[in-house]
Write a protein of this length. Structure first.
Length: 406
């Protein structure tokens, strides 16, 4: 039997999907009728829970810029506008950081690509703040990793302990660079916590995605505060967006909007003459389900119907609710978190080398080589022992919480 809470969350999700279809699907009258029917049917909903769902899905700014929002969600207009202003201010701070970092790396003659976030916002909307504020994702050559980290440290960013070995030239460090694709750095400025995700590969699955040299050849440039910044080319942005969405079990409607706008720009500039693999087809078909977009429809016009789409829709909607209910963790990831990440990454690749790399990285976690408290590196034996202890501890906690033995 479905609980009342799950019914309410499903309602928030469906209401949101109908508004997306109205905005992105040519104002289809049938979706308007369905929206108002659903809203009138479920009158006792919490507007704050709906607002929480919109914020959780990263849709606040997108909804705030929809001129007819008063017609559909008049009770949330003020709250949405207020949060959108705050997110846009945060975006300006992030944009200033990106400008300064680009200037520093340009002067040091170290090539970097900054993707997602602000650059993607400029690429798909020509606005700095249309996607809100978040982490800064930087893509670099693997051979430049240590030099890039040192430059970021000079500018106030510190490595996050317990993620990768501190010494990336050691055997454990070199191993970690092969089985992982990014590491985080952080700093606090103007009372705002800033995080950089430093990538030497776009995803753990590398077969269908460009390496840095390939991406650099197809890069696009934009200007922030007089400083030129480089990001992924429009086609690489779409491929990455599809993989990134699938990696999360399509749990983000914000990513769905990004993909729709990328496709729109690609079609507008007559750049849609490239092959779509199975994973991209799954993601694009799902985008069409959520948006009813004419651009997605045109983009997929030569592709056959997808027999997996019902299963993908189910996975996506469940993942959105799961993400909505997920409590943000301040502590380190446990075994079940790693297992979930491992399964998602394994599912999005059919390449043997990618699968082997992902499996190896799960069996011997790079995070085991670095102490999360002191930041000191461990040898192989210490790493294996500590990982075994963590696994036993996580299993005990799982058994206790699930009353497995009762």
């Amino acid at each position: 039997m479905i609980s009342l809470k799950k019914m309410e969350q499903s309602y928030y999700q469906q209401i949101t999907i109908y508004i997306l279809r109205i905005i992105l699907g040519n104002n289809n009258k049938s979706y308007k009728r369905k929206f108002f029917y659903l809203k009138n049917k479920f009158t006792n909903y919490s507007k704050y829970e709906l607002l929480k769902f919109l914020k959780n899905q990263g849709l606040i700014i997108f909804f705030s810029e929809y001129k007819s929002l008063d017609k559909y969600l008049p009770e949330l207009r003020n709250e949405i506008s207020k949060i959108a202003r705050e997110e846009k201010i945060g975006s300006l701070i992030i944009a200033n950081t990106i400008k300064n970092l680009s200037k520093i790396f340009h002067s040091e003659k170290i090539p970097i690509l900054i993707f997602k976030g602000i650059p993607l916002s400029l690429q798909i909307t020509n606005k700095l703040s249309s996607r809100g504020c978040g982490d800064i994702d930087i893509f670099v050559k693997e051979e430049n990793i240590i030099e890039v980290i040192n430059l970021l440290k000079i500018n106030g960013f510190d490595r996050v302990y317990g993620y990768l070995p501190k010494d990336l030239k050691s055997a454990s460090g070199r191993y970690s660079l092969k089985v992982r694709n990014e590491l985080p750095l952080k700093r606090t400025i103007f009372n705002q916590k800033q995080i950089i995700d430093l990538h030497w590969s776009l995803c753990k699955s590398r077969y269908d995605l460009p390496n840095f040299e390939e991406a650099w050849q197809k890069k696009e440039s934009y200007v922030i505060g007089g400083q030129e910044i480089y990001t992924l080319g429009i086609r690489d942005s779409l491929v990455y967006a599809c993989y990134n969405s699938a990696k999360g079990n399509w749990d983000s409607l914000k990513n769905i909007i990004d993909i729709n706008l990328l496709v729109k720009k690609i079609i507008t500039h007559n750049k849609n003459d490239f092959k779509i693999n199975a994973l991209m087809k799954d993601t694009l078909d799902l985008c069409y389900f959520y948006t009813n977009s004419q651009y997605i429809s045109y983009f997929l016009k030569h592709n056959k119907s997808n027999p997996n789409i019902k299963k993908i829709i189910k996975i996506s909607r469940k993942s959105q609710i799961k993400f909505f209910n997920k409590k943000m963790k301040n502590s380190k990831l446990n075994f079940w978190d790693y297992k979930d990440i491992f399964q998602k990454n394994l599912r999005i690749t059919n390449n043997f080398k990618d699968k082997f790399r992902i499996i190896l990285g799960f069996i011997l976690l790079p995070s085991s080589f670095n102490d999360p408290i002191t930041g000191k590196d461990k040898n192989l034996l210490q790493a294996i022992l500590d990982q075994t202890k963590r696994l036993i501890s996580d299993l005990k906690l799982f058994i206790k919480n699930s009353n497995f033995l009762s």
